[in-house]
Write a protein that binds this ligand. Structure first.
Ligand SMILES: NC(=O)c1ccc[n+]([C@@H]2O[C@H](COP(=O)([O-])OP(=O)(O)OC[C@H]3O[C@@H](n4cnc5c(N)ncnc54)[C@H](OP(=O)(O)O)[C@@H]3O)[C@@H](O)[C@H]2O)c1
Length: 237
């Protein structure tokens, strides 16, 4: 078994996930580039390798049991899992207009996808001396900020924002179940980042958005677990 720290980033072919992979690669880690599309994955791997990263492609659709099981089969140990893949689901998102199908699709990717990947990777993470799991959440999932109605949580949303609240709650439950292990599991918000997800309207770069995930991926053994952070520290639930 290799001594090199090994990470898997889901949705790593573009946006924040790509920059998380680049940042972890720059630490000298071996980085699995999880992506569902062969061409997009290979292009990202080539670019990361050209920049000096020890990157390799991991075919991975987080909504597909067989794909996730096959991805787990590519590792003999995993030190860090970054659950970054996510979708907004499109429009309309108002609770009175959103379609049940859209809610189902968003939850399938943003919540169940995270559970599916995490549970498939846990046996590999348990082989690590310092396993870390980072779930990419968002301040839009904060019930405190949603209820404050102060414009911090974006447009009214009946699918995307609640999916991140659900992900936050699920991550707390994982932290409680895993509290007597060496696994640290936390949520990170990248801020409002210019990516495909929001039509490139964000004011931060993907590299800036990746910083919180890189921080949570490299926590010391006495670091927090079950926390919800952005670059400024803890986020209100
Ligand atoms: N951008 C922001 O301002 C912002 C703010 C807060 C939180 N976030 C969160 O940050 C994470 C990354 O978002 P981003 O802004 O970088 O978005 P993005 O540029 O749209 O990238 C999303 C990534 O997820 C992948 N993905 C989607 N569904 C997938 C599936 N079923 N299986 C595997 N991969 C899948 C996409 O792959 P394809 O290329 O194949 O579609 C893509 O690689 C998301 O969880 C998002 O909710 C973003």
């Amino acid at each position: 078994m290799s001594n090199q720290t090994t990470a898997l980033v889901t949705g790593a072919n573009k946006g924040i996930g790509y920059e998380i992979a680049a940042g972890l690669g720059a630490l000298g880690w071996r980085v699995g580039v999880g992506a569902r599309d062969d061409a997009r994955r290979e292009t990202a791997v080539e670019k990361l390798r050209a920049a000096g990263a020890d990157a390799f492609g991991v075919p991975l659709d987080v909504t597909d049991d067989a794909s996730v099981a096959a991805a787990a089969g590519l590792f003999d140990r995993l030190d860090v899992l970054v659950n970054n893949a996510g979708i907004t689901g499109g429009m309309p998102q108002e609770p009175t207009l959103v379609s049940p199908g859209m809610i189902r699709t968003v939850v399938e990717t943003n919540v169940i996808g995270v559970v599916r990947v995490t549970n498939a990777m846990l046996p590999l993470l348990r082989r690590s001396a310092s396993p870390r799991i980072v779930n990419m959440s968002s301040t839009v999932g904060s019930l405190t900020l949603q209820a404050a109605d102060n414009g911090q949580t974006g447009p009214i949303s009946g699918a995307y924002a609640p999916s991140k609240s659900y992900l936050n709650a699920m991550t707390i439950q994982y932290a409680k179940e895993l509290k007597d292990t060496n696994i640290l599991i936390n949520m990170g918000c990248p801020g409002f980042v210019a990516t495909d997800l929001n039509g490139f309207r964000g004011h931060r770069t993907p590299a800036q958005g990746a910083q919180i995930a890189i921080h949570l991926a490299t926590l010391p053994d006495d670091g927090p677990t079950g926390g919800y952070f952005d670059d400024n520290g803890p986020i209100a639930w």
